[in-house]
Ligand binder design. Structure first.
Ligand code: SF4
Length: 260
């Protein structure tokens, strides 16, 4: 049970708004909530559970942990906490670490390979548990950092999707914390003393230098304009195709005009 204060209610309201705006949860859903032992996934699981209590529909939540197998990962701390809180829990042990060591091409990203492997295991476990949806703990800052990363380094205008049918067409990935700023999750985690553990991987905090730079840039700009992050997330739902250069979009708009 989380402390029922104004801050908790704010996070719950924003998550509920995202669930409504994008129709993230439907009657009969069985949702695998990915939990790593990080603050974001604890927050996600708690808030979805709170929303479930008053929801006019029925859905199930199962906390799913995929242990990549890094030495020192204290999944026992995570599991004890989840069970004490009364969540339905599934812990999956894997040999991802070994596969990364054996199969990763020299010079390729450790994190990208690791994330792909763990995502694959998550889909596999969701299938076994009969879950049709997978909830991930990405928050507002993740969305806008990705937006900037794609513009600065990949030459594309794209962030993340709050709701996406996976390539296997069997699972829908949902990100209900899309409207919640990371600072609010940090506060929630502190107030409720989430037992945050680190993944024990050898590259934590080293690989994603570009994302760290985006985070720093956004923090600096948000110091000057406290509404900056909210404005950026609003921009993602207020796209003006006429003022962009995507030739396919221009072609589709011209077709649309001809037909109307
Ligand atoms: S930080 Fe560590 S656990 Fe996370 S994706 Fe990278 S290698 Fe995997």
């Amino acid at each position: 049970m989380l402390l029922d204060n104004a801050h908790f209610r704010k996070v719950k309201r924003l998550t509920g708004k995202a669930v409504g705006d994008f129709n993230l949860i439907e009657d009969g859903d069985r949702i695998a909530v990915a939990v790593s032992g990080g603050k974001d996934s604890y927050a996600l699981l708690h808030i979805l559970t709170q929303l479930q209590r008053r929801a006019p529909i029925n859905y199930e939540l199962i906390a799913v942990n995929v242990d990549a197998g890094f030495p020192g990962y204290r999944k026992d701390v995570l599991e004890d906490y989840l069970r004490q809180c009364g969540f339905q829990v599934h812990m999956e042990s894997t040999n991802c670490t070994q596969i990364i060591e054996e199969k990763r091409r020299p010079g390729s990203s450790y994190c990208a390979f690791c994330a792909r492997l763990r995502r694959g295991v998550l889909y596999f476990v969701a299938d076994r548990l009969g879950c049709n949806k997978i909830a991930l703990g990405h928050h507002l800052d993740d969305f806008i950092e990705t937006l900037l990363l794609n513009q600065f380094y990949a030459g594309k205008l794209a962030a993340m999707s709050p709701k996406l049918l996976a390539d296997n067409k069997r699972h829908t990935v949902i990100r209900p914390l899309v409207y919640v700023e990371e600072s609010d999750i940090i506060k929630l985690a502190r107030q409720n003393e989430f037992p945050v553990i680190d993944c024990g991987c050898p590259v934590m905090g080293q690989e994603d230098q570009k994302r760290q730079r985006m985070k720093q840039l956004l923090t600096e700009l948000a110091d000057e304009n406290p509404y900056l992050k909210r404005s950026m997330i609003r921009a993602l739902s207020n796209v003006q195709p006429r003022h962009l250069l995507d030739r396919e979009l221009v072609r589709l708009m011209a077709l649309d005009e001809q037909e109307s």
